[in-house]
Design a protein around this ligand. Structure first.
Ligand SMILES: NC(=O)c1ccc[n+]([C@@H]2O[C@H](COP(=O)([O-])OP(=O)(O)OC[C@H]3O[C@@H](n4cnc5c(N)ncnc54)[C@H](O)[C@@H]3O)[C@@H](O)[C@H]2O)c1
Length: 365
């Protein structure tokens, strides 16, 4: 290994799909893998030519020599592993969710503040080609004034590991919320949520959540804009989608109804309405968002994919590595991540209390 960043990918289910992008990043000097499943560990090591393998996360941290970890472990492990990494001064990227309670979020934000290491929430939906495209539309002013945001994540987790059963749908809502909150560039300030439908007793798991679906309205700090978010995990018929719609007064973007189709943009001009004219003509067009390959190093361009979704991995690996090199907070740092994650936690609290407005606590103040 040279002088570059030494990274360990921890958890090799979804995690296995990230290894190649780390290996190809020019700032990375070496990649290790960690998973208690010996067979899986062996097969990922062989496929990617990796020598450094660890059975346990504790062994990995105790071995030293790794600058960064990317946690892709089961949800209930995220907080303790994040805290262990930050306490050891190891940069930490973590799959969503950041945590499942407000005190846990506060613990991670506090640990990051006193650590020499950075924390990045790996919210993949923020790095789809469509999300990058709409952020650019917002930043260049093409959308005009932002007026409304809508987002949803529909997924049926039947047959997935037991920790999904009964998980309040909003606890895993940043795939929906992340892109629109990133476009707005504002923190969420409060949320009102209702639960919908009825989850059978055998799917309520350990969380006591009775709802297959939750739907909420989120207010943004220092902004007149409201965001509508819907999330389902079980027992609602719908093809998988992580989707968002963004409406400005000059332009809007809508995710296609079915993945595989192209998104739609709506445009109106800003000229004075001609006398006698009722309503403004709306130009409607299907678009293919660009792949933003020029935003990643040449070595990673082979990982970039076209289409509405694209491949978030090269963009996210590059952001994590760049933030480490540049000694700056990453785009989704601990306080941003805590705000986004807290929306879902507070939304569930609201749903369990008949839809009352719940304030999102401040983080990182
Ligand atoms: N688009 C996305 O952002 C996206 C997609 C899929 C999964 N995820 C998240 O990624 C994480 C992993 O998802 P998954 O479906 O692969 O989960 P999983 O439950 O299938 O487990 C992943 C791996 O973690 C390993 N593991 C268990 N305990 C471990 C430990 N102590 N240390 C190291 N490894 C350990 C398991 O052996 C398994 O191979 C979850 O948090 C999930 O929420 C995110």
């Amino acid at each position: 290994m040279g002088n570059g960043i030494k990274v360990a990918v921890v958890g090799l289910g979804f995690g296995a799909s990230w290894v190649a992008a780390y290996q190809d990043h020019p700032a990375v000097a070496g990649v290790a893998i960690c998973d208690p499943d010996a067979e899986l560990r062996g097969s990922v090591a062989e496929r990617h030519g990796i020598d450094a393998t660890f059975e346990s996360f504790d062994d990995l941290l105790a071995a030293g020599g790794y600058d960064a970890v990317h946690l892709l472990t089961p949800i209930p492990l995220h907080v303790e592993q994040t805290l262990a990494a930050l306490d050891a001064g190891v940069h930490c990227a973590c799959a969503i969710p950041m945590a499942m309670s407000i005190p846990e979020l506060e613990r991670v934000v506090d640990a990051q503040r006193v650590s020499s290491a950075i924390y990045m929430l790996m919210e993949t939906a923020v790095y789809s080609n469509s999300a990058l495209y709409v952020r650019e539309l917002a930043e260049t002013g093409a959308l005009g004034d932002l007026q409304f945001l809508r987002c949803a994540h529909y997924q049926n987790m039947e047959g997935w590991p037991a920790y999904w059963e009964g998980l309040p749908p909003m606890y895993y809502s940043t795939h929906a919320l992340g892109p629109v909150l990133a476009v707005a560039g504002k923190a969420a300030s409060s949320v009102q949520c209702l639960g919908s439908g009825c989850l059978p007793d055998d799917l309520r798991g350990e969380y006591g959540n009775p709802y297959p679906v939750q739907t909420a309205l989120v207010r943004l700090a220092d902004s007149p804009v409201v965001c509508e978010v819907t999330r389902c995990l079980f027992e609602m018929t719908r093809g998988f989608q992580e989707r968002f719609d963004v409406y400005g007064n000059r332009m809007a973007f809508e995710w296609p109804q079915v993945d595989g189709e192209e998104p739609v943009v709506f445009r109106v001009d800003g000229e004075p309405l001609p006398p006698g004219r009722r309503s403004r003509p709306t130009d409607i067009e299907r678009v293919t968002p660009p792949d933003f390959a020029d935003r990643v190093p040449e070595e990673l361009r082979g990982h970039v994919r076209g289409g509405a979704g694209g491949n978030f991995r090269p963009h996210m690996v590059h952001e994590f590595m760049s933030a480490i090199l540049e000694k700056r907070p990453p785009a989704i740092d601990a306080s941003v991540a805590a705000n986004w994650t807290a929306v879902g936690i507070c939304a569930h609290e609201s749903a369990m209390d008949g839809g009352v407005a719940v304030a999102i606590p401040p983080f990182g103040a």
